[in-house]
Write a protein that binds this ligand. Structure first.
Ligand code: NAP
Length: 368
């Protein structure tokens, strides 16, 4: 007999990332969207009305989702009432509002007994909140019981995912570090898609025929977040890793979806050959294979041998848009190696990554 699906809610359901959640969860075998919330501007409307004229994806939403009445995400009591009626077991947060407001609101949901799997940056630096890339640091979920105990939360907790700009190169670097080749220094130059700025995002006259060499806060996030992801849990909080040191240049480019990164890196001591690196990337799995998580890519790192790949339009959808695609691995004249990496920012870097984290948390017994 088919298992009953877990009812989930989406906060920020009408935005760029919220729409991806709605779309990706359409046929999900474990989770079903039954609750949607956004700003007071959308509250009270049917979901179909709230996104009319601003639905951005080619795949549409399920008919039952179109009929959901959108709630005000600031009113936690509505989600609690839905939870009590069996209509919202946990929420994905794709809110775009002030950082302090988001932080406080996500805590209110967790305190009210509703786990929050978030895409927002508000809690990435909260000392007892895990920043998860499911393949890299699944053991960081071990902090959740400590987080709940310290805050007196019984059922709720907060887990977040990192910035979309680092997704394409974190797994390839993790594969090397895990194999005994620690990385000392990285220079990362990103070319980030316009969908990364949400909807309506950057004005078209700033974007067409142009590149904008600044994305507020993005370079700081790219330089700091990997250190927490590679960190360890000590006394109920995260202790950051010291390395790699990262220098990031983040640029907005006129591409709809898919963040590309040019990476130069230096190893701390041992240096693998280029052939060995390709073998490590091909063998990289990360997740416990017995878990068989529905959103997990079969091949998390795909290497393309062609000189002119990866390219956003041709490679961003690889393996449900959840794989990262790498190319142009070659020696670096200044550091040790360099390569180009690509990942889909609103799927792997946002909603798909959030769903994979929720699948991991369910597999580990944190969600039901
Ligand atoms: P977006 O398109 O601007 O959508 C924002 C969502 O937040 C909408 O549903 C909006 O509701 C809601 N909202 C805005 N103000 C609110 C308020 N005062 N109270 C309650 N809800 C409010 O943004 P996005 O690109 O989807 O990003 C969502 C989150 O994901 C952000 O934290 C962002 O940093 C993060 N993220 C985005 C990406 C990406 O590639 N886009 C990648 C990784 C992480 P209305 O429609 O009613 O205004």
């Amino acid at each position: 007999m088919a298992q009953e699906k877990i009812p989930v809610g989406i906060l920020g359901a009408t935005g760029m990332v919220g729409q991806q959640y709605i779309s990706l969860l359409n046929d999900h075998p474990w989770f079903e969207v039954r609750y949607a919330a956004a700003s007071p501007r959308s509250a009270g409307k049917k979901y179909a009305e709230a996104v009319a004229g601003r639905w951005q994806l080619t795949k549409t939403y399920a008919p039952h989702v179109g009929n959901i009445i959108v709630e005000d995400a600031n009113d936690v009591s509505r989600a609690v009432a839905a939870f009590k009626k069996g209509g919202c077991s946990f929420v994905f947060s794709a809110l775009e509002m002030g950082k302090d407001e988001t932080r406080a609101l996500e805590e209110q949901y967790a305190a009210a007994g509703i786990p929050v799997i978030s895409n927002a940056s508000a809690h990435r630096w909260t000392a007892d909140v895990p920043v998860l890339i499911a393949e890299i640091n699944p053991e960081h979920t071990d902090i959740i019981p400590m987080q709940k105990k310290a805050r007196g939360w019984d059922r709720g907790f907060i887990a977040v995912k990192p910035n979309c700009s680092i997704q394409s190169y974190m797994k390839p670097i993790h594969a090397l570090v895990k194999a005994g080749y620690p990385v000392q220094r990285i220079i990362a130059t990103t070319m980030q898609a316009v969908s990364g700025a949400g909807y309506p995002g950057v004005p078209s006259l700033d974007m067409l025929d142009n590149i904008v060499p600044y994305i507020g806060g993005e370079e700081e996030k790219s330089e700091k977040e990997p250190l927490k992801i590679f960190g360890t849990i000590e006394n109920g909080v995260f202790k950051n890793a010291q390395f790699p040191k990262i220098s990031a240049h983040c640029n907005r480019v006129p591409v709809t979806d898919g963040h590309t990164a040019c990476i130069s890196l230096e190893f701390a001591s041992n240096k693998p050959s280029l052939e060995e690196i390709k073998k490590l990337w091909a063998a990289y799995k990360g997740l416990p294979q017995e878990a068989d998580l529905p959103m997990a890519p079969k091949q998390p790192i795909i290497y393309r041998e062609e000189d002119n790949r990866p390219q956003p339009r041709k490679d961003r959808d690889a393996d449900k848009a959840m794989a990262v695609v790498i190319g142009r691995l070659r020696p670096c004249n200044v550091f040790d190696i360099r390569f180009t990496a690509l990942s889909h920012n609103t799927v792997r870097g946002a909603a798909g990554g959030g769903i994979l984290n929720a699948e991991l948390l369910k597999h580990k017994g944190f969600l039901n």
